[in-house]
Design a protein. Structure first.
Length: 251
């Protein structure tokens, strides 16, 4: 509430695992008068210490965690249903080369996760960042991917070194169902992470970003995300101001 927002995206894993009590979470939202626009889940064993480590451990690709990831998705889907959510997002992991066994396995696993949530009439969206826009679009154009959308995070494109977010949003716009408002700068050392910065202080072209979002055929949620920095409330308020000036809804 200090940030002046009225809704949020909610991490579902702590509730699904029992770390957070569902009834207490519901009560907290009722008392704060905040609503939940979407949920998000993570996968087992993700290691973000380097680009190489997350490439090896991120998303649904690691075979050793697939059974547990399905179980985690089932638990999260039940929570999302109880909360009345219609959208859940996740990082699927780095996209393998098309035509390989690993590529088909990834399609099958994303479809399986989408079906788990689809059983509750909840849509699934993949968050951008760990692949170039062209690769993600090719993946989503596969026959079994027609129900899966995109949670577009422009900063992630820069953080992972996966191309210009302005070009990416143009390519992906027809599949975008939610966006993150987050900014970043390119790394000075190829192979390392870029740096997340407050919105308006990085390389994202916000004028182009918001113009594209406003032109989408249906309104979507724009979720402010700030994962770094020591003054996050201040940074979120600044991001909200920039979003308001550009005529975009923000969460």
């Amino acid at each position: 509430m200090k940030c002046g927002l009225c809704t949020t995206q909610l991490a579902l894993d702590p509730i699904a695992s029992g770390t957070w009590d569902l009834d207490s979470v519901i009560l907290a939202f009722e008392q704060s008068q905040l609503s939940i626009c979407s949920g998000m889940i993570t996968t087992v064993g993700e290691d973000y210490s380097s680009l190489n480590s997350i490439r090896a451990t991120g998303g649904v690709r690691p075979d050793q965690h697939w059974d547990e990831n399905q179980s985690r998705a089932r638990a999260a889907a039940m929570v999302a249903h109880q909360l009345g959510l219609q959208l859940v997002t996740l990082h699927a992991g780095f996209v393998p080369s098309p035509g390989t066994t690993e590529y088909q396995t990834m399609i099958d696993r994303i479809k399986a996760i989408a079906d788990i949530f689809g059983n509750y009439s909840i849509n699934l969206a993949l968050e951008t960042g760990q692949e170039r826009a062209e690769s993600l679009l090719e993946l989503l154009d596969e026959p079994n991917m027609s129900t899966v959308g995109i949670n577009f995070d422009p900063a992630n494109m820069i953080l992972y070194g996966m191309g210009d977010p302005a070009r990416a949003i143009e390519l992906l716009q027809e599949r975008i169902v939610q966006v993150h408002i987050k900014d970043s700068n390119t790394t000075d050392t190829p192979g390392n992470w870029g740096a997340e910065v407050p919105v308006g202080h990085g390389e994202v072209d916000w004028t182009h970003f918001f113009r594209t979002i406003r032109a989408l055929p249906q309104p979507i949620n724009a979720v402010i995300e700030r994962e770094a920095g020591d003054e996050r409330i201040k940074d979120v308020i600044e991001a909200r101001t920039i979003a308001c000036k550009n005529g975009c809804p923000h969460e």
